[in-house]
Design a protein around this ligand. Structure first.
Ligand code: A3P
Length: 287
C-alpha cells in the first residue's frame, strides 16, 4: 500500500524547487494554504466569492480554474488519463499566471517549498491558512485515497501509521505545516482559520475573511453566502465537488467534526494523542 501511495503522490521535485520557488507573486494576491483534507475547497469557495464581490455567475466555473492549486502540475506525469485532466491541473502554474488580479491561489505545499517572494513578504500579498483536527484530516484522506486509488485492502490502521510517518513528499509533516503559520498568525498579512470554526460559526469566519480582504457584506449577502457554502449545497455543486471530474465518490464526503471517533480504533487514537502531545509540548496551539 505504501508503495502505491508513494508513487501516486510523488511530486516532481525540480518543478517545486525551481519553478514554485521562483514563482512571481503580486501585491493583490491572496494565498490559501492548508494541509490536504482540511476543508481547503470549502475555504477556496468562500474566499473566491468574497474576493470577487459575490459573483455567483462567475462561481459556476470549476473552482480550481478560479483558484488554481499552484503545485498541481508537479503531480501529473503524462499518464493515460491526461486527456481528461483540465488545464488548470496539468499546467497549474501557467494557468494561475494568466489569471486577472486579484488572484486567489491555493497550495498544500510545506512552507519551505513556497515561493520565495511569499515567504520573504516581498509583496503585500495576503495569506489565509486553514487547519483541521489531524485525526479528521487523516480519516478524510483515508477515504479519499482509498476511493481514488482503488485500495480495497487498505486498513485505516495502516493508513494512520502512514499518515503519522509523513505520507506526502512535497507537503511533509502535519505539524511543520500548521505550526509555521500558527506561530505567525499575528502578522497583519496572515489570517489563520479553522475548519471547526467554519462548522460551528461560519458567519463569524465569513466576517473575519471579509474584514481581512477589506470587503463589506450586507446582511442579505451574508445570508445568501451562508446558504451557498452549506454542506449539502456544496456537495450538489459540480463546480466545487471534484467527484464528477475524477468519477470517484469521497471528495465532499461527510463534512463533520469528530468522525474519527466512529472509525478509528482506541489504539490508533492513542497513537495520535501521544503524537499530538509531543508536537504541541512547546506550543499554545489547541485542537
Ligand atoms: P470529510 O472527508 O471529512 O467529509 P479538502 O477540500 O481540503 O480536500 O477537504 C475535504 C474535506 O472538507 C472533506 O471532509 C469534505 O467533506 C469537507 N467539506 C467540503 N465542503 C464542506 C462544507 N461545505 N461543509 C463542511 N465540510 C466540507
Amino acid at each position: 500500500m505504501e508503495l502505491v501511495f508513494k508513487q501516486a503522490l510523488k511530486i516532481d521535485e525540480d518543478v517545486i524547487k525551481i519553478k514554485v520557488k521562483q514563482y512571481q507573486i503580486r501585491n493583490s494576491d491572496v494565498f490559501l494554504l492548508g494541509y490536504p483534507k482540511s476543508g481547503t475547497t470549502w475555504a477556496q469557495e468562500m474566499i473566491w466569492l468574497i474576493l470577487n464581490d459575490l459573483n455567483y455567475d462567475g462561481a459556476k466555473a470549476f473552482v480550481d480554474e478560479r483558484v488554481p492549486v499552484l503545485e498541481m502540475c508537479a503531480y501529473w506525469k503524462g499518464d493515460a488519463q491526461s486527456n481528461t485532466i483540465p488545464e488548470c491541473h496539468k499546467n497549474s502554474m501557467e494557468f494561475a499566471y494568466k489569471l486577472k488580479d486579484p488572484r486567489c491561489i491555493k497550495t498544500h505545499l510545506r512552507w519551505e517549498y513556497l515561493p520565495d517572494e511569499l515567504l520573504n513578504d516581498t509583496k503585500n500579498s495576503k495569506i489565509i491558512y486553514i487547519a483541521r483536527n489531524p485525526k479528521d484530516v487523516c480519516l478524510s484522506s483515508y477515504h479519499y485515497f482509498k476511493n481514488l486509488l482503488n485500495l480495497t485492502d487498505c486498513s485505516l490502521e495502516d493508513f494512520g501509521d502512514f499518515f503519522l510517518n509523513v505520507m506526502y513528499d512535497g507537503i511533509g509533516d502535519y505539524w511543520n505545516h500548521v505550526l509555521y503559520f500558527w506561530n505567525r498568525r499575528d502578522q497583519p498579512n496572515i489570517l489563520f482559520i479553522k475548519y471547526e470554526d467554519m462548522k460551528c460559526n461560519l458567519l463569524d469566519v465569513i466576517r473575519k475573511v471579509a474584514t481581512f480582504l477589506k470587503k463589506k457584506l450586507t446582511e442579505e449577502e451574508e445570508t445568501r453566502l451562508l446558504k451557498w457554502l452549506n454542506f449539502e449545497t456544496m456537495k450538489n455543486n459540480s463546480a466545487v465537488n471534484h467527484n464528477a471530474l475524477y468519477q470517484k465518490p469521497g471528495f465532499i464526503r461527510i463534512g463533520k467534526i469528530g468522525e474519527h471517533k466512529k472509525e478509528m480504533s482506541i489504539e490508533l487514537i492513542e497513537k495520535f494523542d501521544s503524537w499530538i502531545e509531543n508536537n504541541l509540548k512547546n506550543s499554545d496551539y489547541e485542537i
